[in-house]
Each structure stands twice: as C-alpha cells, then as structure tokens.
Design a protein around this ligand. Structure first.
Ligand SMILES: C[S@@+](CC[C@H](N)C(=O)[O-])C[C@H]1O[C@@H](n2cnc3c(N)ncnc32)[C@H](O)[C@@H]1O
Length: 166
C-alpha cells in the first residue's frame, strides 16, 4: 500500500490539539508520514510513542534520528498501556492509528481498541483511518462518540474516524 497522502495526513491531524498534548501514541507509522507531521506540530514537552510491528519499517524509522522525546517501540499495538507506563505516564491524550483494523482477527481488533480506550485520558481522542466502513461498528461500540470524515485525495480514498472516550 502506498504511504498516506498529505491530504489524508491533514484530515487525521489538523483538528487535533497536538501542541498541547503531553503524551501522544502513534500506532502503525509505516514509513513515518504522520510521524514527521506530528513531530513538527508537537510541543517541546510532548512525548510521542510510536509503535510499529513490522521489522523493515521499524528499522527504517530508527535510522531517521528523531528527537529524544520520540520513543520507538518495536512491538504490537495492544501493548499500548505498557509503553505509556514505560514513559512514566498512565494515559495518552491522543492516539493516532493507521492500523489495518479491517483485516485484523476480531480478537486482536477488540484488544487493540479496548487497550486504546483504557489508556486514553478522559478528554482524549482516538483517531483512525481506514479504507472502508467495515470497522465503523466496532469503533461505535467502543467509544462514546465517533465522528466520520472522508478524503478522496488519497490512494485508496480513506475514511477518518475521530473517537472520544466520553
Ligand atoms: C496502512 S499502513 C499505514 C502506514 C502509515 N501510517 C501511512 O499512513 O502511510 C499500517 C501500518 O500498521 C502496521 N501494523 C500492522 N499491525 C500492527 C500491530 N499489531 N502493531 C503495530 N503496528 C502494526 C503495519 O506494519 C503498517 O506499518
């Protein structure tokens, strides 16, 4: 799959309080298209935890020499709580996910969404893009509010979900 476009990056990130966030978690960075935009927007005291399972993507990200407040984790997204604790925090203010939820086994999808909600601060937001509406129900079942957005300016076109815990 091609890396996401700048238009999708804007739909994912432009409405979020990235500068004010203390802890941001990015799930599934791939080549780092969103990671770089988050780093540009975040404040000096923001901690960014980036979780990538794939060996090739992870090693390519480690070569990018990100700032010290960016913490790369070579592991699976459902362990989000452990990674936040390793940084000395309990909850994330923002979770920005590119995970392919629609092709995950349902147990993995549930466990990632459950762990994300559990480790999101009360006013936190979980943002997720998908190429289909298949995961809409799972997101609506997990989060209190789910707002849907769309961009055709990506290959493939993508839906963006912005979910709130409360
Ligand atoms: C659709 S790609 C998105 C890449 C990039 N964020 C973009 O928008 O171009 C999904 C990414 O999720 C990663 N991924 C898949 N399963 C994962 C898991 N369980 N934990 C962490 N990352 C995972 C893949 O390796 C891949 O980098």
């Amino acid at each position: 799959m091609a890396p996401s476009s700048r238009f999708l990056a804007a739909k994912m990130l432009d409405h979020l309080p990235i500068k004010e966030a203390k802890i941001i978690v990015e799930l599934g960075p791939g080549t780092g298209v969103f990671t770089e935009k988050i780093i540009q927007k975040m404040g000096a005291n923001t901690q960014l935890i980036v979780v990538e399972l794939n060996d090739t993507f992870y090693h390519a990200l480690t070569a990018k020499k990100y700032p010290k407040n960016v913490h790369l984790k070579h592991d699976s997204a459902e362990k989000i709580g452990e990674f936040i604790q390793e940084c000395g925090f309990e909850k994330a203010d923002l979770i920005i996910s590119s995970l392919p939820l629609a092709i995950f086994p349902s147990e993995l999808r549930k466990s990632v969404l459950h762990a994300s909600k559990e480790h999101l601060s009360d006013n936190g937001q979980f943002v997720q893009f998908q190429y289909s509406l298949q995961s809409r129900r799972a997101l609506k079942e997990m989060f209190h509010s789910v707002k849907l957005n769309f961009t055709a300016l990506n290959f493939p076109p993508a839906f963006v979900y912005t979910c709130k815990k409360n």
